[in-house]
Design a protein around this ligand. Structure first.
Ligand SMILES: [Ca+2]
Ligand SMILES: [Ca+2]
Length: 416
């Protein structure tokens, strides 16, 4: 997947964690965070269970679960090699239906490459547009690159690979750190996390380079192309009109936001930004914000980097961060807003890909209200991504026994 660090060590720690899992024995959160805002008393964060779904579904490297705006009874699973599989939510025996297969032109030779995200247009019912974010290998004049492409589905939701229209390509200097999540905001614009390009410690300095499309959150208007491109720039993008900055950029200083989500109630954008050597973090991404990379990692300065020793007014600190002993690669999740489990309402759930640990926290107005607690996990399971169904249910997909092990989907439910 998207880490390149000690797997063996992590397994050993994960095993000991889940061997002793109970409410009273959960490890004390050594998590780094700003002081909680205690103005509003909040109920306790409940433990959760991961309830296995669609046991007959065979998945290989599932990396995302997405919903379709016009169908409450369907979910779509993205496989890293380049497939999208439709699931009938009303049938637990469903074996899935392949609706897109773009193994060509997707390049998934290395761990963090592949088809990384798919999103349906908010008006999919009218225009049948689906957007994909993937890595492509160099060919002809084109270098290795991150690609944003639009595809068109037919009336049965089969997505024709030949319908591809490439909207944006970003030359990619290394196999790792390719983002990426695609999300449509309530504003109708498409949000894209790009990753810092890769290698380690941002050798190309993309994190703080205003002109780079890497290490950023981009925001574009796919409905109003302009300036000879297949997309437009929202009029209130933070760097629009500047000659020293890329107008697509919505926020920057982000190392590799693997998964992000909007809280459907508040509209806040939660992002899990994967760390370098020490800290995994959750950010609430705001317009024009600079989230610190590579000057900062979590709440800490990067040694030897100027302007890094303390958070300056320039940088926005994370909501929370956790150290290497608790995890290796954060998987950003969702704020639960479903009606089925009121005790989970308003809790942001996220996980560590390598350890399988899941946490819950509460935030209000961008401030931490209830610090993270370990809420559960499945031993040996690697949560690659969460997904939110139209009814607000939260699902999680991933693999057992390593990145190439059997894929599975679970539903997040309160522990009995
Ligand atoms: Ca890369
Ligand atoms: Ca940061």
């Amino acid at each position: 997947m998207r880490f390149s660090r000690s797997i063996v060590l992590s397994f050993a720690i994960a095993s000991s964690l889940f061997a002793v899992q109970s409410p009273s024995q959960s490890p004390a959160p050594a998590t780094d965070q700003a002081p909680p805002d205690t103005r509003s008393a909040q109920p306790k964060i409940p433990l959760v269970q991961l309830k296995r779904q669609w046991p007959e579904l065979k998945l290989r490297r599932p990396v995302q679960i997405v919903a379709r705006p016009d169908r409450a009874d369907r979910l779509y699973v993205v496989e890293q090699a380049g497939r999208v599989i439709e699931i009938d939510m009303t049938d637990q025996q469903d074996v899935g239906r392949i609706v897109l297969d773009i193994k060509e032109p997707v390049q998934d030779k290395f761990n963090e490459q592949g088809l990384l995200s798919v999103v349906f247009h908010p008006k999919f019912e009218e225009n049948h547009f689906v957007y994909a974010w993937y890595t492509a290998a160099k060919s002809g004049e084109s270098p290795d690159r991150e690609v944003l492409a639009r595809f068109t589905a037919n009336a049965e939701c089969l997505i024709d690979p030949a319908s591809q229209l490439v909207l944006l390509e970003i030359p990619d200097p290394a196999w790792n750190h390719n983002g990426g999540t695609l999300l449509f905001g309530a504003d109708g614009y498409l949000y894209i996390s790009t990753g810092d390009g890769g290698a380690g410690n941002d050798p190309w300095g993309n994190g703080q380079n205003l002109e780079s499309l890497l290490a950023a959150m981009l925001r574009i208007d796919v409905d109003h192309p302009s300036n000879g491109k297949h997309y437009g720039i929202p009029a209130d993008n933070p760097f629009i009109g500047r000659t020293d900055a890329a107008p697509e950029v919505f926020a920057r200083g982000l190392r590799n936001v693997w998964r992000m989500s909007f809280d459907r109630k508040t509209g806040e954008l939660y992002a899990g930004d994967v760390g370098q050597n020490a800290w995994e973090e959750i950010d609430i991404v705001t317009k024009g914000g600079n989230f610190g990379w590579r000057c900062r990692e979590g709440f800490h300065g990067t040694e030897g980097v100027p302007d890094s020793s303390e958070a300056s007014a320039k940088f926005i600190e994370p909501l929370v961060a956790y150290p290497r002993r608790e995890g290796v690669s954060v998987t950003g999740g969702y704020v639960y807003r479903g009606a089925e489990y009121p005790e989970m309402n308003g809790i942001y759930f996220y996980a560590d890909y390598q350890m399988g640990t899941m946490w819950g926290l509460r935030a209000e107005g961008g401030k931490l209200v209830t610090p993270p607690v370990v809420v559960g996990g499945v031993r040996g399971f690697h949560p690659a991504s969460f997904g939110e169904a139209p009814d607000g249910s939260i699902f999680v997909c991933g693999t057992n026994k390593g990145a190439d092990g059997p894929g599975a989907i679970f539903k997040l439910v309160p522990s009995k």
